[in-house]
Design a protein around this ligand. Structure first.
Ligand code: TRP
Length: 339
């Protein structure tokens, strides 16, 4: 892609820490594709695979490698177009680690202690509450601020991290003069939050131990249908969107995302029908919606040379953009220029 300094910039990323779910797809990746097209004239689009964030939780090295490559292929298969967007791997661009160290020194212990994701993850990983898990938001701030991103599309669970990024940027700008663009959070209208099929009060998570809780982007049609059949609902019988019907609300959201139908349309369509029929329809719509993407994914994974060339060139381009911000920061904070 051609990066233009006169355009604004959109940046987002997903961790290759598990197999991607339809929550990642409907809540994030699919919206990126829309943004890249609708805002092409106005914005540069950058989409990162954040492998450095993934190691805040213990990963199996071979799996992390495989998933990082697969995530690049999934972005492409989902329609992120390398002619319009820059897809790259975080650890391929050293400036992320470099800026994150600096930002760590401008981020307060108290601020990091208030992050709900840190509290949740440390409760879940009590045996591995490492410093990286704690300073994770400073690395995320580096991802965003390095590229002077204006707009960051994220789900509701990342809003707090984005607000901290804004605070860090403002604090730095206050001390050293205008250095960083202060980014805005961008939340899509629908599908921002897809919930677990096993516990619809919780977000669908790729690291859930229960395999029936999440539908993966690469699941087979049989698996998808089976998982929807088992989805937790309620003891009511009518398909309608209402408070307290978390399971049905979630299924309606998913169905709506894949079919484009409104909740009203869906209520009419399933009037007088049971949950069984509805779940079957959601499963079919989801499987059919993912089929073209899955086929394209398979084609791409068979062409490693293409993927590797793309990653290499894009890492170089991202490094070039990122280094400009990093040099500016190094100069402002008083690091002696390398003679
Ligand atoms: N923390 C984000 C998540 O878990 C991933 C992420 C890392 C990110 N860096 C980012 C998202 C920069 C947007 C912008 O979902």
């Amino acid at each position: 892609m051609e990066f233009s300094n006169s355009k604004k910039t959109i940046l987002s990323g997903v961790q290759p820490s598990g197999n991607l779910t339809i929550g990642n797809y409907l809540g994030a990746i699919r919206n990126w594709e829309t943004l890249q097209n609708e805002k092409y004239e106005e914005y540069n689009s950058l989409y990162c695979v954040v492998d450095m964030h993934a190691i805040t939780v213990r990963q199996t090295p071979a799996e992390l490698r495989r998933r990082t490559m697969e995530t690049v292929a999934i972005y492409l298969a989902a329609g992120i177009d390398p002619a319009k967007s820059l897809i790259f791997v975080q650890s391929h661009v050293p400036a992320h680690a470099q800026l994150s160290w600096v930002l760590n020194c401008y981020t307060m212990f108290g601020e990091l202690s208030r992050m709900t994701q840190f509290k949740d993850k440390s409760a879940k990983n009590a045996q591995n509450i490492n410093a990286g898990l704690f300073t994770y938001p400073a690395l995320m701030a580096a991802d965003i601020l390095l590229y002077q991103a204006d707009l960051v599309p994220v789900g509701i669970d990342q809003k707090q991290h984005l607000e901290l990024t804004r605070d860090i940027a403002e604090r730095f700008n206050q001390v050293y003069g205008n250095t960083f663009v202060v980014p805005e959070c961008y939340m899509p209208k629908t599908g921002a939050k897809i919930c677990s099929l096993a516990d619809p009060t919780k977000k669908m998570s790729k690291s859930d131990e229960n395999p029936n809780a999440c539908v993966l982007m690469l699941d087979s049609k049989d698996d998808i249908i089976r998982k929807f059949k088992r989805a937790v609902t309620d003891s009511d019988t009518s398909v309608r969107y209402a408070d307290g019907k978390d399971g049905i609300n979630n299924l309606m959201t998913i169905y709506s995302c894949f079919t484009g139908k409104t909740f009203e349309d869906i209520e009419k369509e399933f009037e007088g029908k049971g949950y069984g029929d509805f779940k079957m329809a959601v499963g079919e719509a989801c499987a059919d919606g993912l089929a073209p993407l899955q086929a394209e994914f398979k084609r791409l994974m068979a062409d490693k040379v293409y993927l590797e060339n793309l990653m290499r060139e894009n890492a170089d381009q991202a490094s070039y953009i990122a280094r400009k911000t990093l040099s500016k920061v190094y100069r402002k904070i008083g690091f002696l220029a390398k003679p």
